[in-house]
Design a protein around this ligand. Structure first.
Ligand code: BV8
Length: 243
């Protein structure tokens, strides 16, 4: 029986950020000091930026969608898929992966969408879907949106990236807080702890008496809140922790 602080571990909530996909070749938000084409990411990933300059924002996301389609899962994604398979076989054990990433590398590594519950909650959306602001459809989309294609549902050229921008409400917040309330362990992997509400999960977990572990290349902005923090590349830290 796995234990932490002499308490059996049954329910684990795992938060992942851009750092878990960095070794798959997908740039993180704080790479290049958080700049893209000399724009601060926080200034591009907003509804206001999209209203002001949709071509600029489409270019940003078309570039990232192309990078995702070139990327492959790495040893960290694979280790979490193994963990999810092994862990959820045990009676009364659960693992929930909450990701801030909009890539699909967890799924491509084999993390299953369990019949009764989603094993990966995408709190910031997924690049491989678009969102029609005219009819609210969310078609799977792999081509550039900067070509202003018509929505396959309503025919209006009103598609935007299906991602949660700054100032927009992340998805699945209630399910995430429910999972934290039932958790014995909260693990944060590859995130800088710079963006809320995800950056606050470690404090929520501590307030609930949940044990906390950080696996990251370097101390995050929330490192001091973790019971334990291990620093290094995710492709080394995550398989070591899973094994
Ligand atoms: C909201 C999706 C209201 C789009 C993203 C002042 C104080 C507190 C909060 C705020 C504030 N002012 C504004 C806010 C709110 C704001 C916010 O937090 N702003 C920050 C800048 C202060 N948050 C919001 O607007 C959120 N919405 O608050 O709604 C609300 C909320 C609740 C209830 C009611 C109303 C929405 C935020 C989501 C924005 N969308 N992405 C897209 O993909 O383009 S944000 C984006 O950046 C990510 O999704 C993620 O959330 C965030 C941080 O990214 P990380 O994943 O951490 O990546 P980063 O590059 O920062 O760090 C990578 C880490 O990996 C580093 O530490 C690095 O060392 C490490 N690493 C690198 N390589 C490796 C590695 N680790 C291991 N191995 C490696 N190889």
């Amino acid at each position: 029986m796995a234990t932490i602080r002499n308490r059996p571990i049954r329910n684990i909530v795992l938060l992942t950020g851009a750092g878990i996909s960095a070794e798959s070749g997908i740039g993180t938000f704080r790479d290049n000091n958080g700049l893209w084409e000399q724009h601060r990411v926080e200034d591009v990933a907003t509804p206001e930026a999209f209203a002001r300059d949709p071509d600029l924002v489409h270019r940003f996301y078309d570039m990232r969608r192309a990078a995702i389609q070139q990327a492959l899962p790495n040893a960290a994604h694979d280790a979490l898929a193994r963990l999810e398979c092994e862990w959820t076989k045990r009676d009364g054990h659960d693992l929930l992966i909450v990701t801030q990433n909009v890539d699909d590398l967890h799924e491509r590594a084999g993390v299953q969408f369990g019949l009764e519950k989603t094993r990966v909650l995408h709190m910031h959306g997924q690049h491989l879907t678009a969102w029609c602001t005219a009819c609210d459809a969310r078609p799977v989309w792999r081509d550039p949106l900067s070509d202003r294609p018509p929505c396959p549902e309503c025919g209006v050229s009103a598609l935007r990236p299906d991602v949660v921008w700054f100032g927009e409400m992340p998805y699945e917040m209630e399910r995430i807080y429910d999972a934290l309330r039932a958790a014995d362990l909260f693990v944060s992997i590859g995130t800088s702890g710079a963006v809320y509400p995800a950056a606050g999960f470690v404090r929520d977990a501590r307030a609930l008496g949940v044990a906390t572990l950080e696996l990251n290349m370097e101390p995050s902005q929330g490192s001091d809140w973790f019971d334990e923090a291990r620093h290094g590349p995710a492709t080394q830290l995550v398989p070591q922790w899973v094994e």
